[in-house]
Design a protein around this ligand. Structure first.
Ligand code: AMP
Length: 402
C-alpha cells in the first residue's frame, strides 16, 4: 500500500456530520493588520466548499504565527475567518477560544452547512507538544477529522496528527492534490524525470539530493549549492559560496550518479560580481564567465546564458519536472535571469511540472506562469521533507484508501 494513497474527504459520507478540518490559515499581515496574501485561505476553499455543499457541519482549526502557548489577540484567527467568509460568500462563525466553553458551545450548536472557525491552536502549548488530552478534547467536538494543511504536515502536532488517534481521519483536497501529484512523481514518474535544485546551501538539501538520485534521470544543480559541486570537480570558484565540509559528499554523489546512470548537470557559465550585493537589490556590475574562468576575487551569483540553454533543453525533453530553489540571487534583478529562464522552460513544456520552495514559486508567480505549472506546492518545509522521501506525520496518520 502506497504511503501516498490516502482516503480523502470525497471518499466518505459527511452529510449531517461534524467535521473538524485542520487548515493552514497562517497568513501574512501588514503593519495595520491587513492580510497581505490570502493564498492559503483560497487554497483551502475547495475542501470547505465541498463540506458546505455536502451539508457537513464544518469546524476549522489552524495556527497563526507564534503566540507561544498564550492567548494573544494579535494572533487571533478572526481576520482570517472574516476573509474566508468573503471568499465563501457566507458567514463564518468565530469562536473565542480553542477547546474552551465558547468553542464547545458553538461546535455543539452548528447546523448543517454552517462553518465555525476555532481560535488559534497555538494559543495552547499543548498543540505543538502534541498533547493527547488536548487532541482528545478537540476531537470530542467532531465525528470526522480532515487534514488539509500540507504546510504543517511535516509536524506531529495535536491538530496535524495527534487528533487522528481519536477520529476517522482523511485528507482534504489540497493535501490529496499534493500527495497524488508529488507521490506519483516520486513513486512512478513519467520519464525522463528531471529535477532541478537550487538555493543557497548544499547542506539544506543533502537528503533531497540523495533521495532524488534514486528516482530521477537527470539532476540539475544551480544556485549557490552548485559551487560546492563545482569545487568538488576541481574548479576554482573564486569567492563563490562553497561548503568545504560537503566537498567529499558532493564527490560521493557524483560517483553514485555515474554508477546509477543518472545525469548531473552543473552550470557551464555563471554571472559573477565582486561582492554580494548590499543591500541585496542594489544595482551591481556583473561579468559572465565560464566556470573554468571564475576570477579569484569574484563570486558566482547566477547561472549564465549558456547554462540557461542546457538546463532549458533538459526540461524540454522531460516528462516530469520537479523544481526546488532559485538558480541565482533572485532578490537582485541583475542576478535573476537564470531563475527566470528555468521558470520559462517549465512554463513551455507539456510535462508534469511541480514547483516547491518559496523563491521558485515566487518567481513563477511573479512572471505570471503559475497557471502553466501542474502543481505549485503550498508547503516549503513539508515539500522538502516529501522530496527527501520522509513519512510526514500529518499524512501518515490518515486512513489508507480501501
Ligand atoms: P534556499 O532558501 O536554500 O531556497 O535559498 C534561497 C536563497 O539562495 C536566495 O535568497 C538566493 O539569494 C540565494 N542564492 C541563490 N543563488 C546563490 C548564489 N549563487 N550564491 C549565494 N546565494 C545564492
Amino acid at each position: 500500500m502506497s504511503m501516498y494513497n490516502k482516503k480523502s474527504v470525497e471518499d466518505i459520507d459527511v452529510a449531517g456530520k461534524k467535521v473538524i478540518v485542520r487548515v493552514d490559515f497562517n497568513v501574512p499581515f501588514d503593519a495595520e493588520g491587513n492580510i497581505t496574501d490570502d493564498k492559503r485561505i483560497v487554497g483551502a476553499l475547495p475542501t470547505i466548499k465541498y463540506l458546505v455543499d455536502h451539508n457537513a457541519k464544518t469546524i476549522l482549526v489552524s495556527h497563526l504565527g507564534r503566540p507561544k502557548g498564550q492567548f494573544n489577540p494579535k494572533y487571533s484567527m478572526a481576520p482570517a475567518s472574516a476573509r474566508l467568509a468573503q471568499l465563501l460568500g457566507k458567514p463564518v462563525i468565530q469562536a473565542a477560544d480553542v477547546i474552551g466553553p465558547d468553542a464547545e458551545a458553538k461546535a455543539a450548536a452548528l447546523k448543517n452547512g454552517e462553518v465555525l472557525m476555532l481560535e488559534n491552536a497555538r494559543f495552547h502549548e499543548e498543540e505543538e507538544k502534541n498533547d493527547p488530552e488536548f487532541a482528545r478534547k478537540l476531537a470530542s467536538f467532531a465525528e470526522i477529522y480532515v487534514n488539509d494543511a500540507f504546510g504543517t504536515a511535516h509536524r506531529a502536532h495535536a491538530t496535524t496528527a495527534g487528533i487522528a488517534d481519536y477520529l476517522p481521519a482523511v485528507s482534504g483536497m489540497l493535501i490529496e492534490k499534493e500527495i497524488s501529484i508529488m507521490g506519483k512523481a516520486l513513486e512512478n514518474p513519467d520519464r525522463p524525470f528531471v529535477t532541478i535544485l537550487g538555493g543557497a546551501k548544499v547542506a539544506d538539501k543533502l537528503k533531497v539530493i540523495e533521495n532524488l538520485l534514486n528516482k530521477a534521470d537527470t539532476l540539475i544543480i544551480g544556485g549557490g549549492m552548485a559551487f560546492t559541486f563545482l569545487a568538488a570537480k576541481g574548479f576554482k570558484v573564486g569567492k563563490s559560496l562553497v561548503d568545504e565540509t560537503k566537498i567529499d559528499y558532493c564527490k560521493d554523489m557524483m560517483a553514485k550518479a555515474e554508477e546509477k546512470g543518472v545525469k548531473i548537470l552543473l552550470p557551464d557559465d555563471c554571472v559573477c560580481t565582486a561582492g554580494f550585493p548590499d543591500p541585496i537589490n542594489a544595482p551591481i556590475e556583473t561579468v559572465t564567465v565560464d566556470v573554468d574562468a571564475i576570477p579569484d576575487d569574484m563570486m558566482g551569483l547566477d547561472i549564465g546564458p549558456k547554462t540557461d540553454k542546457v538546463f532549458s533543453e533538459a526540461v524540454k525533453n522531460a516528462k516530469t519536472v520537479v523544481w526546488n530553489g532559485p538558480m541565482g540571487v533572485t532578490e537582485n534583478p541583475a542576478l535573476a535571469r537564470g531563475t527566470i529562464a528555468v521558470a520559462e522552460a517549465l512554463s513551455h513544456t507539456d510535462a508534469t511540472t511541480i514547483v516547491g520552495g518559496g523563491d521558485s514559486a515566487a518567481a513563477i508567480e511573479k512572471l505570471g506562469f503559475a497557471h502553466t505549472i501542474t502543481h505549485i506546492s503550498t508547503g516549503g518545509g513539508a515539500s522538502l521533507e516529501f522530496l527527501e522521501g520522509k513519512v510526514l506525520p500529518g499524512i501518515a496518520c490518515l486512513e489508507d484508501k480501501d
